[in-house]
Design a protein around this ligand. Structure first.
Ligand code: G6P
Length: 510
């Protein structure tokens, strides 16, 4: 007799693969599991599948990140209860914790992330020895687990959308297992310039590139990153004796694609490069930002911000980040301090509202960076604060409703990463600001390509120039500010997540 459990679910026509899935579990004291659903572009994008009544079957393949997730995998054989996922079919992979830690912490976050964001202090790092090789083997095992699960779940000719640097080898591995599939890969990060990418050992650089080139389509957030990939593929592979050539520079689709024909690549065919600049989800943000919990947070924030001695509302410079090493929060704080030193009349009249939420706390360097952010904020408050004025209001505990409250209150948005794939905060704040905020934006953020014209653009390393841009933002004539804010909000919402996702899917299916 066939029991319910032994019936395999129908093969999927659309598959998404990412390290972090749409749901995570924690174990309660009584042993039951609590499921928490996440947000973001992919969750929203994938919800478009089947929404048109096409009855398409989609599955999301992700990794178990912690103990709660692993327990959920044990209890469900990896096929999560749709009640926990909002109806989404999710296959969660219970990868061995040591393999997972080496792949995620050591290779994905401490090597690939560092390369693409150019974060090394090169006199001492990176240094690739035998330990690195062991970790690399774990990264391959982890990628193989994804490729095998996808190969199992996919219907004949299905479309597979693989996400990010964690899964760079999956397209090549999957192509070898299932040549019938249409495979896309999307990079949510920058791509390193060739001369920096070549810090990696030559054979590893080659494997990463050939892994990616197993895809039919490679998506990036801006042309800058797509071009960097192309240059890496050209120079690294040529050095390795592989033929790689770009027969033409732009083809079809309004010139948005590049065609790369690689004779020895694992797909043995063509890989298209494409740009899909993920935008903010304006409708969702506007609805979510007007719920009562956000109003409560606004009231609390207003209280913390206080009013100027003359009774006027204080101006706000708002930033919201995950505390990633690339976000440049410390130089942002130092630039704000410089503003107060260069233009003392802003003292007591402006507050820097800075939210720096925890990220990757398993890594010592991330913990140290978070501490440094706190130390610098405290130092500014001690140096310049007065009994009625706290110059920096810093929060480090993640609270989405409070982020939205800060967005609504923003006079100036400060987004100054040293390097960033896109930076959605730069897009979200102009959508929600009720004060027609000015945007101070790093030229190293992907968002610069779309928002640069109406932002005050800064070199993220230049404290004086960033302080000057903050001053300019605070003094911008209201009419100019309003015009720019409108254009910023329009550009920011040009490609909302559902469209972003469907565009990729349609293009992949040809
Ligand atoms: C950033 C990057 C994404 C990446 C994510 C992973 O947000 O922009 O490309 O997927 O980090 O974060 P995690 O918390 O899962 O390590």
């Amino acid at each position: 007799m066939v029991t319910e459990q032994s019936v395999s679910p129908a093969p999927a026509r659309v598959l998404v693969a990412s390290n972090r899935g749409p749901v995570s579990y924690t174990r309660r004291d009584d042993g039951t599991l609590e499921a928490r659903r996440g947000g973001g572009g992919l969750v929203s994008g994938l919800s478009a599948i089947g929404a048109d009544g096409s009855g398409e079957d989609a599955v999301w393949v992700c990794a178990a990140l912690g103990e709660g997730d692993r327990e959920a995998v044990r209890r469900t054989e990896g096929r999560l209860d749709p009640a926990d996922t909002g109806g989404q079919r999710v296959r969660m992979l219970g990868i061995d914790p040591e393999v997972y830690a080496a792949a995620y912490n050591d290779i994905a976050n401490s090597t690939l992330w560092f390369v693409h964001h150019m974060l090394y202090q090169t006199p001492l790092e990176p240094s690739f020895g035998p330990e690195f090789r062991e970790r690399w083997a774990a990264y391959e095992t982890y990628n193989r687990a994804f490729a095998e699960a996808l190969a199992q779940e996919a219907a004949e000719g299905a479309a597979v959308l693989v996400q990010d640097y964690h899964l760079a080898l999956v397209p090549g591995m999957l192509r070898a297992l299932r040549p019938d599939l249409r495979i896309g890969h999307f990079s949510h990060t920058p791509w390193a310039p060739a001369e920096y990418f070549r810090l990696l050992p030559d054979d590893i650089a080659e494997r990463l590139l050939l892994g990616m080139l197993g895809a039919d389509r490679l998506g990036f957030l801006t042309w800058r990153w797509a071009e960097a990939f192309k240059e890496c593929a050209r120079s690294v592979l040529a050095d390795r004796g592989l033929t790689a050539h770009w027969p033409q520079d732009a083809a079809g689709d309004g010139g948005r694609h590049l065609t790369y024909a690689h004779e020895n690549g694992p797909s043995g065919g063509r890989t298209y490069l494409a740009v899909h600049g993920l935008g903010a989800d304006g409708d969702f943000l506007r609805e979510r930002a007007h719920r009562p919990d956000v109003a409560e947070r606004m009231a609390a924030l207003r209280e913390q911000i206080g009013v100027a001695p003359d009774g006027a509302d204080r101006r706000t410079i708002v930033r919201v980040d995950r505390t990633e090493l690339s976000k440049n929060i410390v130089r942002g704080l130092l630039s704000y301090r410089q503003l107060l030193l260069d233009h003392p009349h802003w003292r007591e009249r402006v507050v820097h509202v800075a939210f720096a939420y925890p990220s990757r706390q398993d890594l010592a360097i991330y913990r140290a960076y978070t501490e440094e952010v706190q130390r610098v904020a405290d130092a500014i408050n001690t140096e310049l604060g007065t009994p009625g004025w706290t110059p920096v209001v810093l929060h480090v505990k993640d609270d989405f409703a409070r982020s939205l409250a800060a967005y609504r209150l923003a006079d100036v948005a400060l987004v100054n990463p040293i390097r960033d794939g896109m930076n959605l905060v730069a897009k979200e704040i102009p959508v929600l600001s009720e004060r027609a905020c000015a945007l101070v934006l790093s030229r190293e953020a992907g968002a610069y390509a779309e928002l640069g014209e109406d932002a005050l653009v800064v070199n993220p390393y230049d404290i004086n120039a960033t302080a000057a841009a903050l001053h300019e933002a605070l003094t911008m004539p209201p009419a100019d500010r309003t015009d720019r804010a409108k254009r910023l909000a329009a550009a920011a919402t040009a490609l909302p997540p559902q469209r972003w996702f469907l565009d990729q899917l349609e293009a992949l299916r040809g």
